[in-house]
Design a protein around this ligand. Structure first.
Ligand code: GDG
Length: 492
């Protein structure tokens, strides 16, 4: 069966949502303007969400509303905050909503990232609940609703909201634009009712989310947790047959849409001359001989990604299998993230300490087991590392989906490479049987899995990798978007 493409998505959007404005909403903007040496420049922030939604917007030629976070954002946009993007091929509009520093501090670093993020991930970090964070969260959600309503006016519109920054937006927006069809995709897990019940504003948040017509999660498990939470906290009618919630006579359908990547684009880039040259440069720069075994990881530096746990596993592996000392390197790329938040500052310190300790323990004059690069690498460099690797490690303690796993698979145009994958990721539901599933909390189990990946028979490696590649090729990001658009079109 031919798989979904940007072109088939474009046709679908044109035929199914004709006469409707297509509006996406997210906290982070897909393209940012900054001042560098007095010159205005474009930057593309690192985020799984942006990677997934940009191709959807290119196909829909719609409007993307987001917080303007770059130092030159205002200068680069018109008086309504509008600018044409992508810079090299303008196909859709971006509307930047300007927030005060205090709003950003309290809404983004505060309620979204210090309360909702740990609450939904259950990664054993206590959520921080503060009244001023919550007030700012409400304020910002309301401000976004007004800004979107300004663009919609009395027109018909399909609004596609992204993520946990906007739990209250659906209800605010429904009040202002009752004719709009509103869908919301929650990119992170939803916990069970026992965990969620500690949130002091739980009912307001749930009521906000029930302003949606359609509410999507990566997997059914998160959706069932959401339904169970509403059942416990609000007087709502649950229609289990239809996986829907009826609250104050409004119906919200709950569905699973596993997010993905642009498989063909990643595979093409991975097979390109640039990437192959990078592989050579990397080999020379780091002295990686042909017979050296490479392990790889790439993540935002976040406590949900299990980074110190991964380094501990490398330590355990070298301790238990000393024959690999001098023959194995582990490369970790880490993009700094949310460093304003105390828990993230502590994580960065812990990570540095752990890497230093393990390197000091095993390094020799000519060899160091862990290469840790704390920066946002160009995509071709990341893909070059993926291609050099015998295995990739995804050790999230909990993760909505995890796109790194899918990108690694797409990059292996040679059909080689083993994926060590945490059971606690959404993607583990799609790759079970083909990835080597691990529990990142169980260090010995992870060390054994690394050993197993190294010794795995090349035919078995290929068989598993080919199955995962088929999975992602077919279930690519255009299919994710097309499934949502088809569902949305039923409301039109
Ligand atoms: C949230 C959910 C869900 C990382 N390092 C570099 C780099 N990256 C790119 C990866 C990937 C993206 O960042 C990270 O995506 P993830 O899915 O792993 O994670 P989150 O940012 O936590 O995203 C997650 C996602 O939303 C989508 O719904 O899957 O569960 O937590 O694309 O490649 N990219 C480059 N250099 C780096 O050094 N170029």
């Amino acid at each position: 069966m031919p798989h979904e493409t940007a072109e088939s998505l474009r046709q679908l959007i044109r035929s199914r949502v004709r006469g409707h404005k297509f509006i996406a909403v997210s906290n982070r903007e897909p393209y940012m303007n900054v001042w560098r040496d007095g010159k205005l420049e474009w930057v593309r922030p690192a985020s799984g969400l942006v990677v997934a939604l940009d191709p959807v917007m290119r196909a829909s030629r719609g409007l993307w509303v987001a917080r303007g976070g770059g130092s030159a954002d205002i200068a680069a946009s018109d008086k309504h905050g509008l600018v044409d993007v992508p810079p090299d091929d303008p196909t859709y509009k971006l509307k930047r909503v300007e927030l005060t520093e205090e709003q950003e501090e309290n809404y983004y670093y505060g309620f979204a990232n210090s309360a909702l993020w740990p609450l939904c991930h259950v990664a054993y970090r206590s959520p921080v609940f503060r009244e001023e964070h919550w007030q700012a969260y409400k304020e910002v959600n309301e401000k976004f609703a007004e800004s979107i309503a300004e663009e919609i006016g009395n027109d018909q519109a399909l609004v596609f909201i992204q993520d946990y920054h906007f739990g209250l937006l659906p209800r605010f927006l429904r009040r202002l634009c009752p004719q709009a069809v509103i869908a919301h995709f929650w990119h992170i897990p939803w916990p069970n009712p026992e965990v969620f019940r500690i949130c002091p504003w739980k009912q307001d948040l749930l009521r906000g989310m029930l302003g949606n017509d359609l509410l999507g999660f990566h997997i059914r498990y998160y959706g069932s947790n959401f339904i169970a939470t509403v059942d416990r906290e609000l007087e709502a009618r649950i229609d289990r047959e239809q996986a829907a919630i009826i609250y104050r006579r409004h119906m919200t359908k709950i569905r699973a849409f596993p997010i993905s990547i642009d498989f063909d684009a990643v595979a093409r880039e991975a097979a390109s001359e640039t990437t192959e040259q990078r592989m050579e440069t990397i080999r020379k720069q780091y002295g990686i001989e042909e017979d050296m075994i490479v392990g790889v990881g790439a993540d935002r530096i976040d406590y949900t990604k299990g980074l110190p746990e991964r380094i501990e596993a490398v330590d355990r592996f070298l301790d238990r299998y000393p024959e690999y000392r001098g023959r194995f390197v582990f490369f970790q790329a880490g993009v700094p993230s949310r460093t304003h938040v105390e828990a993230y500052r502590r994580l960065n310190e812990l990570l540095d300490e752990t890497v230093e300790r393990v390197n000091a323990k095993y390094s020799t004059e000519h060899w160091r087991p862990i290469i840790f690069v704390r920066e946002h690498l160009p995509l071709s460099e990341l893909l070059a590392w993926y291609r050099l690797a015998r295995f990739a490690m995804v050790t999230s303690l909990h993760d909505g989906m995890n796109l790194v796993a899918k990108e690694f698979v797409a990059s292996r145009v040679d059909g080689q490479g083993v994926l060590l994958l945490s059971r606690f990721t959404g993607v583990a539901r799609q790759f079970h049987g083909d990835a080597v599933l691990i529990n990142p909390y169980a260090t010995d189990e992870v060390a054994t899995a690394m050993h197993r990946a190294i010794l795995m028979d090349p035919d078995e490696v290929r068989r598993r990798m080919c199955k995962m590649r088929d999975q992602v090729r077919e279930n690519n990001v255009y299919k994710w978007a097309a499934d949502i658009v088809r569902k949305l079109a039923k409301f039109v």
